[in-house]
Design a protein around this ligand. Structure first.
Ligand SMILES: NC(=O)c1ccc[n+]([C@@H]2O[C@H](COP(=O)([O-])OP(=O)(O)OC[C@H]3O[C@@H](n4cnc5c(N)ncnc54)[C@H](OP(=O)(O)O)[C@@H]3O)[C@@H](O)[C@H]2O)c1
Length: 281
């Protein structure tokens, strides 16, 4: 049995679909805080369970008898999320799960300029120290992070760090690589760097959009303080604002620019290019 936490999320759903291409859905338990959100997947034959990092008993029940678990990282502030991931790893250990895979992030080091990197650094270290067999999936930024609505309206991609390159990868490609890791032997003790096949800055993305839309699109450098204010004005919680501002600083510093072959090798097929992603977005 494979158990997935956070299966109600955008990545978790795609992992479920990718798993269904490899094994019977009856061999997969999808965990969500509210299983009512994934009744569509239950209808496809997946088992479902209520799984909440803040309810250790829910993790114990879901992990019982699991050969493999995928812990998809949560979305709480750093201190809470570190505790939640540790709780999930402890529960997997107590339940005797055969192997735990964890969705980390590119450059998951405390030295990163991205505040949430410290969460992933802690979770990676805690998992490695647990004695469980593990696989770490360091996911680079989703191609879906390229939000295009404002650019379409204004012709501007205005963000800090426009010259920083990112090896974007779509959730679907991450899911394909993840499904391989969950269903194949030989991934124990491995840390995979899951990136797309090209690293692009926002100037290149703007050029692609301009060609596609047939209208001028330009990347424009925004100051960190203007970006912080714009995010705050949208009503985002301060910890999210700080994370997104830090993310742009990390982008500018080149933290996400390295291309690795792991994702394509694991997926066993060519990855979607950013250009192709933008065409369908
Ligand atoms: N690589 C990237 O660019 C990138 C970007 C954004 C986020 N991330 C990270 O990758 C994760 C997955 O991405 P995504 O696109 O699937 O995000 P998402 O759509 O926001 O999904 C987040 C998932 O986390 C679950 N979750 C939140 N709190 C939980 C808790 N206490 N116990 C159990 N599950 C909990 C949510 O469950 P509910 O449905 O119950 O809320 C949801 O299924 C994110 O949570 C975040 O850690 C990565």
């Amino acid at each position: 049995m494979i158990v997935i936490t956070g299966a109600s999320g955008q990545l978790g759903r795609q992992v479920a679909h990718a798993l269904a291409e490899r094994i019977s859905p009856t061999m997969v338990t999808l965990g969500a805080r509210d299983p009512g959100k994934i009744t569509d997947l239950a209808a496809k034959g997946f088992r479902t369970a209520a799984v909440d990092f803040d309810r250790p008993e829910s993790l114990a029940t879901a992990f019982a008898g699991a050969d493999t678990a995928l812990i998809i990282s949560g979305d709480a502030p750093s201190d809470i999320r570190i505790r939640q991931h540790r709780t999930a790893i402890d529960a997997a250990k107590i339940a005797g799960v055969g192997r735990v895979a964890y969705t980390s992030f590119t450059n998951a080091t405390p030295a990163s300029l991205f505040p949430f990197a410290a969460i992933h650094a802690d979770s990676e270290a805690y998992l490695k120290a647990s004695g469980l067999a593990y696989t770490i999936l360091r996911n680079n930024q989703y191609a879906e992070n390229l939000t295009l609505a404002a650019a379409k309206q204004t012709g501007l991609l205005a963000l800090p760090g426009i010259a920083g390159k990112v090896a974007y990868i779509s959730r679907a490609d991450l899911a394909a690589a993840t499904a391989a890791v969950l269903t194949q032997p030989g991934h124990e003790g491995k840390t995979y760097e899951l990136t797309g096949n090209e690293a692009l800055d926002l100037v290149a993305v703007a050029d692609m959009l301009a060609a596609q839309w047939g209208t001028p699109v330009r990347a424009q450098e925004a100051s960190l303080s203007d970006y912080d204010k714009a995010l705050s004005d949208r009503g985002l919680p301060p910890f999210v604002v700080a994370a997104l501002v830090g993310l742009r600083r990390a982008v500018a510093a080149g933290e996400y620019a390295t291309v690795h072959g792991d994702a394509q090798r694991l997926a066993g097929r060519p990855l979607e290019t950013v250009r192709a992603y933008l065409m369908r977005a």
